[in-house]
Design a protein around this ligand. Structure first.
Ligand code: PRP
Length: 185
């Protein structure tokens, strides 16, 4: 029977490292949002951030609300198109009273988070910050520095812990490097 782990070249971030990273980021968020006047809304950017968001929100102890958006910046393969399309928007009447924290699995070109930050501010958000698990600064097309970051990674094709290739591998419990023969064939 086929095992999805067979397509993994190597583990880049293990389950234990992910757990420590998520714990550290949650503590940073608790520290920064301790002010009781803030209404913190975690915005999960579907689908890649689903697993990170689920683990992170369980470790945050300040009050949070959650919401989801769906945007796309990638084409069908491994290259970003540079185009942002908002497929699922926030539908809430209280945007002007919310402190949004956008939760991403990965920053590559920076186009998605740069666009979303401006978009939510234009919609009247009280504040917008960003949090990413993985960061590939070597791939930036626009200047963008997240407020919270798990770890910097090299320019490898990564999968697992929410990240996919052609919608597969999201359920892997670690972040791994995909065998090139999978996407080169
Ligand atoms: C990925 C990732 C970010 C974006 C980052 O999403 O989850 O949203 O690309 O790329 P950028 O910095 O170059 O803009 P993707 O479009 O692959 O969708 P998915 O999360 O549903 O897999």
């Amino acid at each position: 029977m086929k095992n999805i782990k067979d397509d993994v070249l190597s583990v880049l971030v293990s389950e234990e490292e992910l757990d420590k990273m998520v714990t550290r980021i949650a503590a940073e968020i608790d520290r920064d949002y301790a002010d009781s006047d803030k209404k913190l809304v975690l915005v999960c950017i579907l689908k890649g951030s689903l697993v990170f968001m689920g683990d992170l929100m369980k470790k945050i102890t300040v009050p949070v609300e959650i919401d989801c958006m769906k945007v796309s910046s990638y084409g069908a393969g491994t290259q970003s198109t540079g185009q942002i399309h908002i497929a699922l928007d926030l539908i809430r009447p209280d945007i002007d009273t919310c402190d949004f924290l956008i939760i991403e699995d990965i920053i590559d070109s920076g186009v998605t988070l740069s666009h979303l930050t401006k978009y939510l501010m234009l919609k009247g958000a009280k504040s917008v910050k960003t949090c990413t698990l993985l960061d590939k600064p070597s791939r930036r097309k626009v200047d963008f520095v997240p407020d919270y970051r798990g770890t910097e990674i090299p320019d490898e094709f990564v999968i697992g812990y929410g990240l996919d290739y052609a919608e597969k591998y999201r359920a892997l419990p670690f972040v791994g490097i995909l065998k090139p023969e999978v996407y080169l064939k």
